[in-house]
Design a protein around this ligand. Structure first.
Ligand SMILES: Cc1cc2nc3c(=O)[nH]c(=O)nc-3n(C[C@H](O)[C@H](O)[C@H](O)COP(=O)(O)OP(=O)(O)OC[C@H]3O[C@@H](n4cnc5c(N)ncnc54)[C@H](O)[C@@H]3O)c2cc1C
Length: 478
């Protein structure tokens, strides 16, 4: 059956049966249209607000399929979208009527224990990485939800529980294989295409499709010291102030963040917190000595009178999936906004606490992340990821089930963010920015700052026609 597909210029073009059949015969993976069984099983995205369906889904089984997919789409000037884990809050791995290049079949993780590196395919999830690396007592910094994709998170920076000790996910990339817009597979490393290597560490999906990353690994776990303390929302101001004062003194081993959310009445949770709005103070100690770790985390347990305290040494892999239950795929509408703070003044705390208390839905989160440590030891121009100096970030994660409420809930997030952003640096974390009616290039200039001009030059080298544009898009320099 002939299908019509969106093109890069915004028109539509026909792809007749014989063209599709010939393309199918070339690939090991599947090429699916809406009438094919399997089309509805393509890896679903996290954000139910962005369920746009492609005209053609290419389920790549390996690098050769990725190269053929890029050449097929580029030769016909078709609009493409790349999907790794599908967790883009902004919906940047969905597009109506275009060509989806989906890497969900490419999840292999190969650990080289002697070399202390992991080779990770471009469609892997963080749970895949943790499973393989933890088997050898090793880890690389990933996100805090096991279902999130490695590729999108790493290309945009990557904050997790190891950031203060070992840096961002992108800081731990030693090299990557990239299929660029010309269909050529390139290595990006300090020795080979160093400009490309610089750009993919923070510059998003602008430069090509990563078929595999090589990550540096660190000794960690399998058991690590962890704090999870549930304070009542009524005490938010006090808990935030004490947390701020305490984190100024913590060693790099301690990474902590604070999540304001209403806890579900889940049987595995203590009954004291069922349906209770809480300030959840969480922390991980990235060191071997569990006693020293629990001692270092103890002050996080004394910021007030907790409703419950689940702090204890735990398997790192369990910590890495602790928040999973809050984030099922395709379950609700999501609109997030983030901003970095140069400090956490009493004024900022009062506003953040007020927003946390008046969240519009129980599963809307107001998060405060502590940065610094290894994140801040990398220069702002050493990688494309420029936001290194701010010690705090606030992320407001709006979640609700009913699309009919989109306008109202998005308006709340925007207004809450405006109020918090008055205390901010003006810079945002692109991986924590939702898009509703904003263009994908929104915030690109503030996020990349002084690195934007160099990124535009590199974009012009590797993707002069802006073939990869459904991302936080960088316009190629002319
Ligand atoms: C529930 C949840 C939890 C999160 N937790 C964290 C966290 O702890 N820390 C953090 O820093 N961020 C976190 N994020 C944000 C996350 O970093 C971004 O959403 C990121 O884009 C997800 O990557 P992905 O591969 O799943 O995304 P996708 O939706 O697949 O892709 C996102 C972008 O990356 C591009 N892309 C994907 N794969 C490739 C590839 N192989 N090659 C080239 N381009 C590619 C896509 O085209 C798109 O532009 C979280 C997001 C969610 C929804």
């Amino acid at each position: 059956m002939t299908i019509t597909t969106a093109t890069l210029s915004g028109t539509r073009t026909e792809l007749p049966d014989d063209v599709l059949d010939q393309f199918r015969a070339q690939l090991r993976g599947e090429v699916l249209t809406a009438s094919d069984p399997g089309f509805d099983q393509v890896r679903p995205v996290f954000n139910a607000m962005h369920q746009e369906k492609p005209a053609l889904a290419i389920e790549c089984s390996g690098t050769a399929d990725v190269i053929d997919a890029v050449n097929f789409a580029r030769d016909r000037q078709l609009a493409v979208t790349v999907r790794g884990g599908g967790h883009s809050v902004a919906g940047l791995s969905s597009q109506e009527g275009g060509v989806l290049i989906d890497l969900s079949q490419m999840r292999a993780v190969d650990v080289d224990v002697e070399e202390r590196v992991a080779h990770v395919q471009g469609g892997a999830l963080w749970g895949d990485v943790d499973r393989e690396t933890q088997a050898f007592g090793l880890a690389t910094p990933g996100g805090v939800v096991s279902d999130t994709g490695v590729a999108g998170l790493t290309l945009g920076g990557g904050y997790g529980w190891l950031r203060r000790k070992y840096g961002l996910s992108c800081d731990n990339v030693l090299s990557a294989k990239v299929v660029c817009a010309d269909g050529v597979l390139r290595t990006a490393s300090p020795a080979t295409n160093p400009d490309l290597f610089w750009a993919i560490r923070g510059g998003g999906g602008n430069f090509g499709i990563i078929t595999s990353f090589t990550f540096r690994l660190h000794e960690l776990g399998p058991i690590v010291a962890a704090a999870t303390v549930f304070y009542p929302m009524d005490a938010a101001e006090q808990v935030l102030r004490r947390w701020r004062d305490h984190v100024a003194t913590v060693p790099d081993e301690v990474t902590t963040e604070l999540v304001c959310v209403t806890m579900p009445a889940a049987p595995e949770l203590p009954p004291e917190i069922h349906d209770q709005p809480c300030v959840v103070v969480a922390g991980v100690y990235a060191g071997k000595d569990l006693d020293a770790g629990m001692r270092a985390l103890q002050p996080l347990r004394e910021l007030g009178t907790p409703l419950a305290d689940a702090s204890q040494p735990m398997p790192y892999s369990v910590i890495q999936s602790d928040f999973d239950a809050f984030f099922p795929r395709a379950a609700f509408q999501a609109y997030w906004k983030s901003v970095y703070l140069p400090d956490l003044t009493d004024g900022a705390i009062d506003v953040v606490a007020a927003k946390a208390r008046h969240r519009p839905t129980p599963l809307t989160l107001v998060n405060l992340l502590h940065m610094g440590g290894a994140v801040a030891r990398v220069g702002e121009e050493e990688t494309a990821f420029a936001q290194r100096r701010a010690p705090f970030m606030v992320s407001i994660d709006g979640h609700w089930p009913d699309p009919a409420q989109n306008a109202e809930k998005i308006a709340w997030v925007r207004s809450a963010w405006d109020d918090v952003a008055r205390f901010g640096t003006g810079e945002v974390y692109l991986n924590f920015m939702g898009l509703a009616d904003e263009a994908p290039s929104t915030n690109v200039d503030t996020a990349f700052g002084r690195n934007l001009a160099r990124l535009a030059q590199i974009k012009a080298t590797y993707d002069p026609g802006n073939f990869f544009r459904n991302n936080n898009n960088i316009t190629p320099a002319s």
